[in-house]
Design a binder for this molecule. Structure first.
Ligand SMILES: *Cc1c(COP(=O)(O)O)cnc(C)c1O
Length: 456
């Protein structure tokens, strides 16, 4: 890669003042980095005019492509009218309209919307509401104080969200700061946590310890937090059919609130509007962010049932108020873009998503057939992962120090496709509006990028 003098100079300024997220800055400083100045459709364009196909939807947020005229116009209209007004002591029409739209499109039992401004806060809010719900109901007699999470879960980086997270690489360092939790096995079928060979015949044996736990001490738990149907940052791990339903049923039976984190999976990312729709599950609490504004503005929503809402609804002096809120809660600019985004998710949009999911499946299957370094392909809708291994027969990975996934993604970026890895799993998650040809160009580059890095 050769960058122009002006792009290199911007690079150097970056390296003097910035600290990038989830980044070993020593590794960052050692390499030339792209400086993105423009977006157009599914492409990001750097200072030298090089076009990069955005293969990860700008960290899983983008829906309609970059800098879309309709979304730009919605944002500009709103900025000219009202840029921000607080939700503390005041309200505004866009927050109301968007809440109505969210209640209409999510499962029927969800009737109340609490806004915040990112995925982590959406989960924090969900966890705190679940905890206080039982406290408000039972006071001193309350026994439901603990949470259940899934191994390899990712729910964000604030401490409550980290407490219900399960990615050791990200979370282990903070152990002493976290509240204790119980765990459900992640359905990582490629390397099954309970040693089953085939997820069509295993009868979901990995769920048995969780079900036994709930039978034994279910009344100790307030909530169970999961990413329904697809674990994202933990490595793109899809649930086998029936698993979400079984988790939901076990929670319902034990009186444990089911908190579904659809920050990544929401808004048609997995096919239907929400991942819970795959198995007709009605969560008690639903956390949304990322796709809600199509990548334009930070916004999040936590939806709850009327039953939960009512447990907080009482005279002031009962102190059942939910004492939580963020300055940018329900930000009008974000709500305006979110509403336009939802309007654009019409039937033709949904049909395109369905077709693109099928095309993605074919490309993934072809890659698995043809590339000896592809150990496993995993997909739920437009979310997919390609796990790279040294030896397909034994599933032996490359040594961690090789940074294989990292270097493959760099090689893809040099060839015009922006990708980001999760360890040695390559994430392929193009925006919903990606064309078949654009999708094909990702898969034309992938074997070259893998070949440039992997040798036996
Ligand atoms: C990204 C993500 C989060 C955290 O969202 P932020 O906006 O980065 O705080 C939470 N849960 C899931 C499932 C995510 O993918």
């Amino acid at each position: 890669m050769t960058l122009s003098a002006s792009q290199l100079s911007m690079n150097q300024r970056d390296k003097r003042v910035l600290w990038h997220p989830f980044t070993q800055m020593k590794e960052w400083d050692a390499l030339e980095q792209r400086v993105i100045v423009r977006g157009e459709g599914v492409y990001l364009i750097d200072m030298d005019g090089n076009r990069l196909l955005d293969g990860v939807s700008s960290m899983w947020c983008n829906v309609h492509g970059h800098s879309h005229p309709r979304l730009n116009a919605a944002l500009q209209r709103q900025a000219a009218t009202l840029e921000h007004s607080t939700m503390l002591g005041l309200t505004h029409p866009l927050a109301i309209e968007l809440a109505e739209a969210l209640v209409a499109m999510t499962p029927q039992n969800l009737t109340r919307v609490f806004y915040s401004d990112n995925g982590s806060t959406a989960v924090e809010v969900g966890v705190k509401i679940a905890y206080q719900y039982f406290l408000n109901l039972h006071g001193e007699k309350n026994t439901r104080k603990r949470f259940i999470k899934m191994t390899s879960a990712y729910h964000g980086d604030t401490l409550g969200a980290v407490s219900v997270g399960g990615v050791d690489l990200f979370h282990a360092a903070y152990g002493p700061l976290l509240f204790p939790t119980a765990t459900i096995n992640s359905p990582y079928c490629y390397r099954c946590p309970v040693g089953c060979a085939d997820n069509t015949t295993c009868n979901l044996a990995c769920l048995e310890p969780f079900e036994q736990l709930l039978t034994r001490e279910g009344d100790q738990f307030a909530g169970c937090v999961i990413e329904p149907m697809m674990q994202g940052a933990g490595g793109m791990i899809p649930y086998p059919a029936g698993m979400l339903r079984r988790i939901a049923d076990a929670c319902r039976k034990a009186g444990v609130l089911l908190i579904c984190d659809e920050v990544a999976t929401g808004f048609y990312r997995t096919g239907p509007a929400f991942a819970v729709d795959h198995e007709g599950v009605e969560p008690d609490i639903l956390c949304l962010s990322k796709g809600i504004t199509a990548g334009y503005m930070p916004l999040a929503a936590t939806l709850v049932t009327d039953e939960i809402y009512q447990a907080f609804y009482d005279d002031y002096m009962t102190f059942k108020t939910f004492y939580h809120g963020h300055t940018y809660t329900g930000h009008p600019l974000a709500c305006a873009v979110a509403l336009e985004n939802l309007t654009m998710m019409d039937v033709p949009f949904q049909q395109h998503v369905t077709a693109l999911i099928a095309a993605l499946r074919e490309h993934l299957e072809q890659l698995l057939r043809e590339n000896p370094f592809v150990g496993n392909i995993r997909q739920c809708g437009l979310m997919s992962g390609v796990e790279i291994v040294r030896d397909r027969a034994t599933k032996e990975p490359f040594p961690l120090a090789n940074r294989t996934g990292f270097h493959i993604c760099r090689a893809a970026t040099e060839r015009g496709i922006f990708l980001r890895p999760l360890g040695d799993t390559l994430v392929i998650m193009p925006p919903h509006v990606t064309s078949r040809d654009e999708l094909a160009s990702i898969f034309a580059v992938l074997p070259q990028a893998i070949g440039a890095v992997c040798q036996r």
